[in-house]
Design a protein around this ligand. Structure first.
Ligand SMILES: O=C(O)c1ccc[n+]([C@@H]2O[C@H](COP(=O)([O-])O)[C@@H](O)[C@H]2O)c1
Ligand SMILES: Cc1cc2nc[nH]c2cc1C
Length: 337
């Protein structure tokens, strides 16, 4: 169960932000962040000192259709890179003081990688252009992996969890999920992912349309959408969102894949929305549409499209700024006003 935010504490926090030595509202989104964190943590003086990024990894049968600029093997190679501390997200997480947790929920990589939590539900999804990507039970099992991961981190004292992922091909299911759950025209939701050319972009649109025609996912049933046209790492991240919100922990959404996971969780349990913060706006066109569907507004716009949780980790200092301002700024009363 996801609890409502502490409304009385939020009211108290709003009053305090209004008493700080600044014109009311002049710290913009930082004030909204501070007030929402107060509501999440049940204190006017919240903290985001304990931070983690969960990088869910999975492969995709749909790569057989030629929808990515890179081969599936890159997923496993990047898992080794994360474990070695040398990927983009590792560098940024070190800078921001966040721990990196890499979870293999469904890659095709068969070798054990020390430092990667092996929770494989299956070795990649089936090709969603010819049938369902997963069974409902497989999607539920992947969700549970994420939920348990978030529950453990929260129990360990983590106060904010960033959503990271790695999975060659995963912008294809993300656009499919966006199309079904937002009802937006597919043509406006298909992007270049890892950097495909014009012809591949057009092929990718056709592949996704075929996936929707073949699977007929039910927009009223987010689990059906997730199983039929989603991915194992997307399901894992949706589980992280549910588990974090259930534990009262804030979540930083990353790019388009993380947003597809967050939107899936949001449709399963709308109360998770209050725990979500949108970190940045990805180059993928479906990202903006999905964030809007959750009424989230991105903090950063850096023209990024890497994934891994890189954008989410970059936004951690902004959450920290909000917690410091409310704690350290003088009030008008302090000035004798
Ligand atoms: O975060 C994003 O918005 C984002 C946008 C484009 C690509 N990615 C990353 O690139 C991979 C998916 O791209 P693709 O072209 O293989 O579908 C996957 O590993 C993602 O982490 C991530
Ligand atoms: C090299 C590489 C690194 C990534 N990190 C997340 N998605 C990725 C995709 C590629 C291709």
């Amino acid at each position: 169960m996801v609890k409502q935010l502490h409304l009385a504490v939020m009211e108290e926090a709003r009053n305090r932000w209004d008493q700080l030595t600044k014109p009311p509202g002049s710290l913009g989104k930082l004030e909204e962040i501070g007030i929402r964190l107060a509501g999440i943590q049940g204190t006017v003086f919240p903290s985001v000192e304990r931070r983690a990024v969960v990088v869910m990894c999975g492969d995709h049968g749909v790569t057989a259709e030629g929808v990515s600029a890179f081969p599936s093997e890159v997923t496993g190679l990047m898992m080794q890179n994360f474990a070695g501390g040398k990927a983009g997200v590792n560098v940024l997480a070190r800078q921001m003081g966040a721990d990196v947790h890499v979870v293999d929920v469904g890659s095709r990589c068969e070798v054990e990688i020390p430092g990667v939590l092996r929770k494989k539900i299956k070795s990649g999804t089936d090709n969603l252009a010819v049938g369902p990507a997963m069974t409902r039970d497989e999607a539920l099992a992947a969700l549970e992996v994420g939920r348990e991961t978030a529950r453990n981190l929260s129990a360990d004292g983590v106060q904010v969890i960033a959503l990271g992922e790695m999975g060659i091909g995963n912008t294809t299911p993300s656009s499919a999920i966006a199309a079904v759950l937002t009802g937006h025209p597919l043509a406006e939701l298909v992007g270049r992912g890892t950097g495909i050319d014009e012809n591949t972009l057009s092929l990718k649109g056709q592949v996704i349309q075929r996936a929707l025609d073949v699977n007929q996912p039910n927009p009223q049933d987010a689990l059906d959408v997730l199983a039929k046209v989603g991915g194992l790492e997307i399901a894992g991240l949706a589980g992280v969102v549910l588990g974090a919100a259930e534990a009262g922990t804030a979540v930083l959404v990353d790019g388009v894949i993380a947003a597809a996971a967050a939107l899936t969780a949001y449709r399963m349990e709308p109360a998770v929305g209050a725990y979500l913060f949108a970190s940045h706006l990805s180059q993928e066109p479906a990202h903006r549409v999905m964030l809007a569907a959750m009424e989230l507004s991105p903090l950063l716009q850096l023209e990024m499209r890497l994934g891994e949780g890189t954008g989410a980790v970059l936004a951690m200092p902004l959450l920290e700024a909000a917690t410091r301002l409310v704690r350290e700024m003088a009030t008008f009363a302090d000035l004798g006003l």
